[in-house]
Structure formats: structure tokens, C-alpha cells
Write a protein that binds this ligand. Structure first.
Ligand SMILES: [Zn+2]
Length: 360
């Protein structure tokens, strides 16, 4: 999206966002182009991914192999509700000027009971109960960039499930259709190990792209085009995705053992840790800044969530505290170490070099 500049004294442009724009033919085509560009970047066009965009107001994503005589091909099924939820969830969060303070302005803050809703229609209902919320052009541009960033996290996540061999391994052994929100025939530990694998690869991939390639950094709002801005945006993306989109909060071993994905804080923590070791290897001079921003931003973000339900806020804290407890940390290590068991199993199916064995 192009940045609009209106320099008329005394005149402030106020824009109301509309998630319907994510449903336009142009946007859907843009989405397909994005998939192709990311496949080119991540696995050098070794396979094709056909997008099947439905309109059932679900948050489901599934992937399956489909026959094609020329090139290995997969189909990803996803719902337009996912785009709208991402778009509107960001609209709600960024209507709070404490988040990315000073970067543009929202003229009103959405007042909604919670973001923890199962689908976009419910979010839309809660938002419709508010008066119009307007952004200035800088805030709108920030929203637009973060939307693209979070969306690319999701697409990269699915491409990695294919690239890292998960889909073909499961299709050969357990089931041909991979559902993002299911254990796909695996036990919880194995399913969560594969999810940790893709989240970590994706977070490092995004960080690497923004640090190394000026053409990627140039898409960011100007004020954010330095290391500090890159870290703020990438950390925000995992906070937003793991806390404002549907995610599991747990407070005990028995709860985590029922989940297909690691709980919210562990997903954040695994991604953050992968980013940290990438920076330690490639940009050691920026490690401290990354660590400080993580510490400062995490609770600022949580404290500014539009949660009016004390039980939900309590759950978020519980989930964090459990993850940082001895039991939670032991569990995180179990998931990490389980990666070593998966390397040889996935090897025959991969399109890309897998992450090395764990070293802790
Ligand atoms: Zn996944």
C-alpha cells in the first residue's frame, strides 16, 4: 500500500479501515502471488502450492498433496475469515495508541470485551457495537505493514510444514490431509515438536529477510527501518499471532498434553529463542537490544490487550507463569530434545535443510 501524504495545514485525514478489502479479487490474487514469491524464497520453486480460499467464516487451514504430472503440488485450504480476523484484530489492537506509541494516531479506541473469539463474525459483532474508529495515514500504513507481516508468518508457517517434510511424512504414515488445528494422528509431544520446528524456522526467516535485504526493509514504515524497528515489528507479530488469534493457554502438564500446538507462551518463547540464536550467530552486536525489547514489550503488549474479562487475563498470566516454572521449562526442553528424534524421520521428505540437532 502506498503511503498517502496530505500536508494541508489544519486538515487531518481520518481513515476508517474495512476488512472487506481483504476479500477483493485483487487482494486474493495478491495473496496467491505472495505464496509463490515465498515458495521461491524458501524452497526455490521445488513445489507448487495452490490456494483454495473459502468463505465459511472458519479459522481452519488444511494442506494436502494433489496430482500434477509436472511438479510436486499441494493445495492449501483456508478461509477468508482468517484474513478478516487478522485484519480486524490488528485494527482493534492498533486503535490503542500505547502500542507503537507515536507512530501515527488512532482517534478512538475500540471497546470490546475480548479478542479471544473463535471466528471473525463474533469479532465483527463486537466491533460493530463501537462508534467509528479512525486512523491517520501513518497509523493506517503501520496497520497495513503489520497485516502483511502477520499474514506472511502464517503462509511461511504452512510452506514450512511442506518444505520441512511434515506433510509428506504424515501423508505416507498417518493421514493424507493435514489439518493445522489437529494432532494429525501424532501424540501431543510429536505434534508440538513439528509446530515448534516451523514456528522457529519462520521467525528466523522473517528476521533474516528484514535484516539482510533492503528491499524487504523498505516496505516497513520509515520510522521503523532500523534494527530497533525490525525487532519491535517481529516481536509484535508473534505476540499478536499467539495472543490475539485463537491459541491455547495452559497451566499444567495434563493441559499441555492435550494440545496440538505448544501453548501461547511456549510458541512465543520458542520463536523468540530461535531469533536470539540467529542473532547471536549473525548479529551479536544486536542481541542485547533484541532481549531488552522482548522484556519491555511483552508485558506492555499483554497489559494493553483489550481483555475486559479478568478470567481471561488471569489465564494469560497463568500460561506464562506455568511456562516459566520448573515443570514448564522441563516440558519445553522435552519438546526441544524431541526434535532430534524427528530429523531422521523427516529427512527423506524434505525440500530444504532441516534445523540441526539440539545442543542444550
Ligand atoms: Zn502448524
Amino acid at each position: 500500500m502506498k503511503k498517502l501524504n496530505f500536508n494541508i495545514p489544519g486538515f487531518e485525514l481520518k481513515i476508517k479501515l474495512n476488512s472487506l478489502e481483504t476479500c477483493s479479487t485483487e487482494r486474493k490474487e495478491g495473496f496467491v502471488n505472495k505464496i509463490n514469491a515465498l515458495i521461491g524464497e524458501i524452497v526455490q520453486d521445488q513445489f507448487k502450492l495452490v490456494a483454495n480460499i473459502k468463505d465459511e467464516n472458519g479459522f481452519k487451514i488444511s494442506i494436502t498433496g494433489i496430482p500434477d504430472p509436472d511438479i510436486k503440488t499441494y493445495r492449501i485450504n483456508l478461509d477468508i475469515g482468517l484474513f478478516r480476523m487478522l485484519y480486524d484484530g490488528l485494527y482493534v489492537v492498533l486503535s490503542n495508541n500505547n502500542i507503537f506509541h507515536g507512530l501515527g494516531k488512532s482517534f478512538r479506541r475500540f471497546d470490546i470485551p475480548t479478542l479471544s473469539v473463535p471466528n471473525w463474525e463474533l469479532l465483527d459483532l463486537a466491533m460493530a457495537n463501537n462508534d467509528d474508529v479512525y486512523f491517520d495515514t501513518n497509523r493506517m500504513y503501520l496497520h497495513s505493514f503489520l497485516y502483511e507481516l502477520c499474514l506472511s508468518f502464517i503462509i511461511r508457517h504452512e510452506i514450512r510444514h511442506i518444505g520441512n517434510g511434515h506433510i509428506d511424512y504424515l501423508a505416507g504414515k498417518l493421514q493424507p490431509l493435514f489439518y493445522e488445528n489437529s494432532k494429525n494422528g501424532l501424540d501431543a509431544l510429536d505434534s508440538q515438536t513439528l509446530e515448534m520446528d516451523v514456528d522457529s524456522c519462520v521467525f528466523v526467516g522473517i528476521l533474516n529477510g528484514l535484516m539482510k535485504f533492503p528491499e524487504q526493509r523498505n516496505r516497513m514504515p520509515e520510522e521503523l527501518q532500523d534494527e530497533r524497528g525490525i525487532f519491535m515489528c517481529t516481536l509484535f507479530a508473534i505476540q499478536f499471532l499467539f495472543y490475539c488469534m485463537p491459541s491455547k493457554k495452559v497451566g499444567s502438564l495434563s493441559e499441555i498434553e492435550a494440545c496440538s500446538h505448544p501453548n501461547a507462551y511456549l510458541r512465543y518463547f520458542f520463536s523468540f529463542t530461535a531469533g536470539l540464536s540467529f542473532l547471536q550467530n549473525e548479529y551479536p552486536q544486536h542481541v542485547d537490544l533484541f532481549g531488552t525489547l522482548h522484556q519491555d514489550n511483552f508485558w506492555t503488549f499483554i497489559d494493553n490487550l483489550p481483555e475486559q474479562d479478568p478470567d481471561r487475563l488471569e489465564k494469560i498470566r497463568y500460561d506464562h507463569d506455568w511456562s516459566m516454572s520448573e515443570e514448564g521449562f522441563e516440558y519445553a526442553n522435552k519438546v526441544w530434545n524431541n526434535w532430534d528424534n524427528w530429523i531422521p524421520k523427516l529427512q527423506p521428505y524434505t525440500y530444504i535443510k532441516l534445523a540441526p540437532k539440539t545442543t542444550n
